[in-house]
Design a protein around this ligand. Structure first.
Ligand SMILES: [Zn+2]
Length: 384
């Protein structure tokens, strides 16, 4: 079976290379926005949805008109249009993801993607990487690429702290695993704002990690408050103080990046442990946007927990071992159902942590009860 895996490396482009990358970011942004605008008009006037091949035709005309586009990596421009097409496809499939947005120059997140053609992208050694139009770039290749991995594409990015990265996508062939699942080796993870999740099985996120992470978030919020104070209402690039603002912006971005990486490292380590321990993991198919609304003032925590990222990592790791992640429908009443007698407690609100079943009088811890229900429901799905 063909599989894909991406590796992300820090790169250290020279001044000239940074200028060239900047041009590429700009050209991709321009092309993306130009065709987004065209798609909008075309839909409003003729109710027609444009496809990649329509864009590609028109791109040649645009290049005649705007000569400077020819200086950039031409494949990256095509990739920007493929991204646009995908954004529209996703939007039409699920309008909740939102109509494609214009790319803004000032959001400090820049990237472009390009495809490997005749080895114009290559990892030279553990300190250098070759990129089309850019040449050999200094890099920190911190991990070995296994034999049999074929380099497919690269995404160059500049993050808000000013650092540069390249994410390299590989394709490889993996033998099917013949792992036989033990259905009794199953666990239900019920999402929790405070602890990330709760199980009935003594599995929990390292409290030390949670403590350090929450402290880090407090520090980040403090840095952000200072930043917003420095942004006066008539903030203007020319006026004094903008330097202080920029300095603080980078401080915030660096700390944000540090915290994100720390979380990713931990999630990686922890999802490995879970995937080793269990054969089947059951979670609720949550809509995090809706959850954030339900938690109101605590909504931010819902996003900071990055539950989606956590479950994606878990899914990949389980599936690589031939194991399973089961998602239970979000309308399944995992919290309201008594796992002993099956009574559904419609009166249970989100702030009640412990409750007694009015029918069988079992005392429930809200989250533990939910995790047992998830486990039972997962087993039902598995057996159906
Ligand atoms: Zn009951």
């Amino acid at each position: 079976m063909l599989k894909h895996k991406a590796f992300k490396f820090r790169i250290y482009p020279t001044f000239e290379q940074r200028i060239m990358m900047g041009k590429n970011f700009g050209c991709c942004r321009l092309v993306f926005n130009y065709f987004l605008n065209m798609s909008k008009k075309e839909y409003e006037e003729n109710k027609k949805t444009l496809k990649y091949k329509d864009y590609a035709k028109e791109l040649n005309n645009l290049k005649m008109e705007k000569e400077f586009l020819k200086e950039s990596d031409s494949i990256s421009l095509q990739q920007a249009l493929k991204h646009l097409e995908t954004s529209f496809t996703n939007f039409f499939r699920n309008p909740k993801v939102g109509y494609p947005n214009y790319k803004r120059k000032n959001d400090h997140n820049d990237s472009y993607s390009t495809i490997n053609v005749n080895n114009n992208i290559a990892i030279i050694d553990d300190k250098h990487i070759k990129l089309p139009k850019i040449g050999i770039v200094k890099a920190k290749i911190h991990r070995d690429i296994p034999d049999g991995y074929n380099l497919k594409s690269a995404t160059v990015s500049k993050v808000p702290s000013g650092k540069y990265y390249v994410s390299i996508l590989f394709e490889y062939n993996e033998e099917e695993t013949n792992y036989i699942i033990d259905k009794n080796n199953i666990v239900g993870l019920d999402y929790s704002n405070k602890e990330l999740f709760v199980t009935d099985d003594n599995l929990f996120v390292d409290p030390e990690f949670l403590k350090i992470y929450r402290k880090g978030e407090e520090k980040l919020h403090k840095l952000q408050r200072t930043l917003s104070r420095r942004q006066s209402p008539n903030y203007n690039k020319e006026i004094k103080g903008s330097k202080r603002y920029e300095k603080q912006r980078i401080k915030v971005a660096r700390y944000h990046e540090y915290l994100k990486n720390k979380r990713l490292d931990y999630y990686n380590k922890f999802t490995n442990e879970i995937a080793n321990r269990y054969d089947v993991v059951v979670i609720e198919d949550l809509d995090m946007q809706e959850m954030a609304k339900e938690y109101k003032e605590n909504g931010k925590v819902v996003y900071d927990n990055a539950w989606g990222m956590f479950t994606n990592l878990l899914k990949t790791k389980l599936e690589n071992k031939g194991k399973k992640l089961i998602k239970v429908d979000k309308y399944f009443p995992s919290s309201k159902k008594c796992n002993v007698c099956g009574h559904i407690n419609q009166l249970l609100t989100i702030d009640v942590r412990k409750w007694e079943c009015p029918i069988c009088h079992t005392l429930h811890d809200r989250d533990v009860n939910a995790s047992i229900n998830l486990k039972k429901e997962g087993l039902k799905i598995l057996n159906s």
